[in-house]
Design a protein around this ligand. Structure first.
Ligand code: ZN
Length: 501
């Protein structure tokens, strides 16, 4: 058996004014096909989960499975691809599909599900339609998906199975991919294709109240898992959707994979979640309130403040200064900001060298909404790093990561990590590269909405979410939606829903 494995996708924030070129979209370029098996095997990634499962399955059955990786782009979040980037990246990807699908029996395709590009509303449906033009309708294709995905009937019809992760932070990418790979092998061997039932709820969710490791989403996840077990489904998901992607079908959905249509149960699950929708209404905390809470936290351990509204994982610029400004003005001993994106300042620190004193114009360069640049003098360059580390939280565990040439600065009592590649903070990597650890501080401030919990939840003494003016507000009524269908909760508070698809 010969199976293509590939990854291409992105969580796209359509409200940001930015457009990504290929370097920014791909996080530095293609993951080249020759390197994929070696670099991703045994990692907590979609590609890793697919590779490991194919190798386990081959060992179990004695039937060799040859994997044919394509040049891939690993899933991340961000602004839409520019049209130029889209044409290049999609063109190259489809050329690869064209070359390798002739030799293959099926395709494992890790997608995100919440993707778009300049002029393309639904990236996944576009890609799959193009792939189907090459492979025809019978060629088995299964996808693993992020839970921040937009599921439609059309999307389902283009594949032979969509397998969605269940955890936010996304600690189960490899599990979803393994399930998808198992299903693909079964389809190739027996011709069996799971039947998908989807119900779209008129409901969009913020990303600040929806982590599955804590209530209220924890018990929702457990309820879905219990129903799935009792009914003997192949898979069953509450798909959260991605509210910063303004497309017609954006929003929450229920997706069941079974050997038949499961309309009744899908409707019951949709109504169960609909009744709980108000539990996810946000209660935002300002930068000042967050720092107050951190300052008065008696321990043990450190307080962690996460700025959700400038989360690079949600397509935000990552150079916003609102929370950092508050921290600097308060000048609290033992505080660190890890991290802010500012390639110019990182480069300036590298030129000055370790130990130098510099004047900086830090952050605030992308959009006024995220705060003005910080004009700071007598800033000490404490340490420099090439920014490379290995993820060790639950996000892509064991995979390589980089934040580019970076600097650890100190201004009065506040230490600041400055990166030159845009990303959110998932674990202690941005401190570890400088020989620091979170436990060295009383207050650790980062930019992330949920994924940091995969490392910090069990380690921080207290976790404090913080909302500053930014591009990922939890008040969804503040976004200028144009494309999404109406009515939809909470944009239209009186929206009604009967459970019908
Ligand atoms: Zn996600």
């Amino acid at each position: 058996m010969r199976l293509i494995i590939a990854e291409f996708g992105q969580e796209t924030n359509t409200f940001t004014p930015n457009r990504l070129d290929f370097q920014a979209f791909s996080g530095g370029g293609w993951k080249k096909k020759e390197t994929i098996l070696e670099n991703f095997r045994h990692t907590g990634t979609y590609l890793g989960g697919a590779i490991d499962e194919a190798e386990r399955e081959a060992a179990r059955s004695g039937e060799p499975i040859e994997l044919l990786p394509l040049d891939s782009v690993t899933v991340t979040g961000g602004a839409p691809m520019s049209r130029e980037c889209f044409d290049y990246a999609v063109g190259h990807f489809l050329d690869d599909v064209r070359t390798y699908c002739k030799e293959a029996d099926g395709m494992f395709f890790a997608e995100h599900g919440g993707g778009g590009a300049e002029g393309i509303e639904d990236l996944e449906v576009y890609l799959l339609k193009e792939i189907r033009k090459i492979t025809g309708p019978e060629f088995p294709i299964v996808s693993s998906l992020d839970m921040h995905a937009c599921i439609t009937e059309e999307f389902c019809a283009l594949t032979d199975g969509l397998f969605v992760i269940k955890e936010f932070p996304h600690s189960d990418m490899a599990d979803a991919a393994a399930m998808a790979m198992r299903s693909l092998v079964r389809t190739v061997r027996t011709g069996f294709r799971p039947v998908m039932t989807v119900v779209n709820l008129p409901l969009i969710l913020p990303n600040t109240t929806t982590c599955t490791t804590v209530e209220p989403m924890k018990s929702v996840k457990e309820h879905f898992a219990q129903v799935s077990r009792e009914k003997g489904f192949i898979d069953c998901s509450l798909v959260q959707g991605y509210s910063a992607n303004d497309q017609y079908w954006s929003g929450t959905s229920v997706l069941i994979l079974s050997d038949r249509k499961e309309e009744e149960t899908a409707k019951e699950l949709a109504l169960y979640f609909w009744k709980r929708r108000k539990e996810f209404d946000p209660h935002p905390v300002s930068a000042k309130e967050a720092v107050n809470m951190a300052e008065t936290f008696p321990g043990p351990g450190y307080a962690l403040i996460h700025e959700t509204t400038d989360n690079p994982g949600s397509g935000c610029p990552g150079d916003g200064t609102h929370l950092l400004r508050e921290l600097i003005e308060r000048n609290l001993p033992g505080s660190v900001f890890a991290m802010i994106f500012d390639p110019e300042t990182a480069e300036q620190a590298w030129e000055a060298g370790t130990g130098a004193l510099i004047s900086v114009r830090l952050g605030g360069k992308c959009t006024d909404r995220c705060g003005e640049p910080l004009e700071l003098h007598d800033v000490r360059v404490l340490a420099l790093s090439d920014g490379e580390f290995v993820f060790r939280g639950s996000w892509r565990t064991g995979a390589k990561a980089t934040i580019g040439r970076s600097a650890l600065l100190r201004y009065k009592n506040t230490e600041i990590v400055v990166s030159s590649i845009l990303d959110q903070t998932f674990d202690d990597g941005p401190l570890r590269i400088f020989g620091r650890k979170p436990e060295d501080y009383r207050i650790v401030a980062i930019k992330s909405a949920g994924h940091f919990r995969g490392y910090y939840e069990s380690r921080a003494g207290k976790i404090i979410p913080c909302e500053t003016p930014g591009l990922r507000s939890s008040d969804l009524r503040s976004y200028p939606y144009v494309n999404i269908r109406r009515p939809v909760y909470p944009l239209d508070p009186d929206t009604e829903f009967s459970g019908e698809a």
